[in-house]
Design a protein around this ligand. Structure first.
Ligand code: FAD
Length: 323
């Protein structure tokens, strides 16, 4: 929150930067960049396999100067946040068009009549409410002006793909932050915890694990930096001269690989961190079980908690289990 780098806001900012009209940028992008409002991205639907965006069934039908939206979404991150003022909604404008040209995206202010937030959802028992939670949302005859269309009609799938590259690399950056935090917590803990007459830090395997984690995090940080550099210099779909020769995949797909690599690195690190606290108390205080869950889901709040040493309370109860 302090850095304004949470999902889904960063991806939505990218969409508005790349495809928003000047009026849309002024109305939504500027307050988002300033951190004055939050946003949500509504694509996934319970009824269809939504990892394939061409399956999305929500209808967006033009009637005069308005689009009418009808659909059912879930896992919509941030929609429950009181500061969330706008949703980017993906739906079908032309079911008869070519498969990848059927979808469009519209901006729906959260207070629009017909937009109904049914409930907050949980992931492995955690509601993630500290950064807005994940909502099940109904759109029932929701009307927005045609000026709320993002890009053109039929460009929704392409916009979703364009959002994916930056979205993935943002997840990588957040995952590295979590991995770094896990290592920091680990280093503190193994210095203060004593087993068999010595601090854990003096047990050989513990030092080896810490060294491995340090090396892995540094490797990933450099890989992500390189990918970010390439995205800045040759674009999401660009290829370096070498990769063009070797027909290797575009950078956006590379960033997908780094997402997996970051997740794999952060997750074992956090599993070990869970082990070292040696009980529930340490975990509950730093919110680490939630972080590990988020790592598994590759969904990061972009925030960290601070202070797990005895007598030091976390600065923020980030990721603490609710209910
Ligand atoms: C914490 C969290 C936050 C989320 N936030 C948002 C949000 O803000 N907005 C939003 O629109 N959605 C959000 N989602 C939903 C997420 O984007 C979808 O869950 C995801 O796109 C997969 O869609 P699905 O759940 O319909 O799974 P399905 O498409 O039904 O897929 C089912 C399984 O098949 C696997 N699978 C799919 N395709 C392949 C393939 N080609 N090869 C191998 N395996 C495959 C998937 O990995 C998955 O395990 C969120 C999900 C979570 C967990």
């Amino acid at each position: 929150m302090a850095l304004n780098c949470s999902a889904p806001d960063t991806g939505n900012m990218e969409v508005l930067t790349m495809f928003g009209t000047p009026a849309q940028r002024e109305r939504w992008l500027e307050p988002l960049l300033d951190g004055r409002i939050r946003s949500a991205f509504a694509m996934t639907e319970p009824e269809v396999a939504s990892s394939d965006a061409t399956n999305i069934t929500t209808r967006i039908v033009r009637e005069g100067d308005e689009y009418v939206v009808n659909g059912h979404k879930w896992f919509i991150t941030g929609a429950l946040n009181p500061a969330c003022e706008v949703l980017i909604v993906m739906g079908r404008t032309d079911p008869g068009a070519e498969r990848h040209r059927q979808q469009s995206m519209v901006l729906v202010p959260r207070n629009t009549p017909g937009l109904r937030i049914e409930r907050g959802m949980s992931v492995f028992g955690y509601d993630d409410s500290d950064h807005g939670g994940h909502a099940e949302v109904f759109f029932e005859d929701v009307r927005v002006p045609v000026g709320n269309l993002v890009g053109g009609e039929g460009e929704g799938f392409a916009i979703a793909q364009a959002r994916l590259g930056p979205g993935r690399i943002h997840h990588c950056m957040r995952s590295i932050g979590i991995a770094e935090r896990a290592l920091e917590l680990t280093c503190r803990r193994v210095l203060e915890r004593v087993a068999f007459g010595r601090p854990l830090a003096e047990q050989g395997v513990v030092r080896e694990w810490i060294a491995e984690a340090r090396v892995a995090i540094e490797q990933l940080r450099l890989l992500v930096l390189k990918t970010a550099y390439l995205m800045d210099t040759v674009g999401n779909k660009g290829r370096t001269p070498r990769s063009r020769r070797s027909r290797s995949p575009p950078r956006a797909r590379w960033s997908g690989s780094w997402t997996g690599a970051c997740r794999r690195t952060a997750r074992p690190g956090s599993v070990r961190t869970l082990r070292w606290p040696g009980g529930r108390r340490g975990c509950a205080r730093c919110g680490w079980p939630t972080a590990r869950t988020r790592c598994t889901c590759v969904r990061w709040p972009g925030r960290s908690c601070a202070g797990t040493r005895r007598g030091t309370e976390p600065r923020a109860a980030v990721g603490r289990r609710r209910g």
